[in-house]
Design a protein around this ligand. Structure first.
Ligand code: SIN
Length: 289
């Protein structure tokens, strides 16, 4: 039986049905998955009994994996390409080497590794422990968001660049030189409108924490930035994923922003593991005010 591709919402997302996980995924099937990924931007594979090694092997077929040097949470011991996404402090403490970070940036609309010079292509998240209810992840289609703006607004925003401040990044203070370099890399400018290298569609590249555009003050920038991410995350551009154990969910950070919804019983465990596929170099270090 061939693959079935079932849409998850009008705006984005599709479930891929019909993969036999007891055998390696052959090149033809993988090609279909890749095409569906470009077309639907979020893909769901259900009931996938991946081990960590299989999660890594599947992810590597999409490209080189990030080893998470620039994000707050380092990779798992022995698996530097896998980061833990959890509400369990004991697990965070373990992967953080002692420092528990209670602020969870993933609850804001964002795109993975956006605060670096190599923003991510795909993120591939595996659901391992899922709360009884709640703890969903939401995704917004940034191509539709761009395409539905007026021509006047498109003209205003087409040459703008957003300043991404690396608030989610780990500060390397091991030497004064490393600290200076980390701080220098802490502000990255990216184009507000990007062209998807595979679909050719233009999309907005903005997230909830953006406060400033290059060449504009924070006061001038904030209302426009807020309008844009709020426009992009209107219900008609959004898919909300309700997790099941053994879901593998992957999304295209080049044209999707996402956020975690913290609406579940904190006594229950939410534990997922993520790999991140590196994208093409983009942006520059912003040294202005
Ligand atoms: C993430 O941003 O990678 C995590 C999303 C989630 O926790 O649902």
């Amino acid at each position: 039986m061939g693959l079935q591709i079932q849409k998850l919402s009008y705006a984005l997302g599709a479930e891929i049905i019909g993969i036999d996980y007891s055998k390696p995924i052959d090149d033809k099937t993988f090609g279909e998955i890749q095409r569906a990924f470009v077309e639907h931007s979020v893909l769901l594979l259900r009931g996938v009994p991946f081990t960590r090694e299989e999660h890594l092997a599947f992810s590597r077929r999409f490209g080189e994996l990030d080893i998470n040097r620039l994000v707050r949470r380092p990779g798992l011991p022995g698996f530097p390409e896998i980061i833990v996404v959890t509400n369990k402090e004991s697990s965070r403490q373990k992967v953080d080497g002692g420092s528990i970070d209670k602020s969870y940036q993933a609850e804001l609309w964002h795109s993975d590794a956006s605060q670096t010079l190599i923003p991510a292509t795909a993120s591939i998240l595996r659901g391992i422990e899922i709360p009884e209810v709640g703890g969903d992840t939401m995704f917004a289609n940034m191509s539709l968001a761009y395409e539905t703006l007026s021509d006047g607004m498109k003209k205003i925003i087409d040459g703008l660049e957003c300043i991404y401040v690396g608030r989610g990044a780990r500060i390397d203070d091991s030497t004064p030189e490393r600290l200076a370099e980390t701080m220098r890399l802490n502000r990255i400018a990216h184009p507000l409108v990007r062209v998807h290298p595979e679909s050719g569609r233009k999309s907005l590249f903005i997230e909830e924490k953006i406060e400033q555009f290059v060449g504009m003050t924070v006061e001038e920038s904030k209302p426009l930035a807020q309008f844009l991410w709020q426009h992009a995350t209107r219900p008609q551009f959004v898919y909300r994923h309700r997790w099941q154990k053994d879901d593998v969910l992957m999304w295209d950070n080049r044209c999707v922003i996402h956020k975690a919804v913290n609406d579940y019983d904190p006594a229950q465990s939410r534990y997922l593991e993520r790999t991140t596929v590196k994208g093409l170099p983009c942006g520059y270090v912003y040294e202005g005010l």
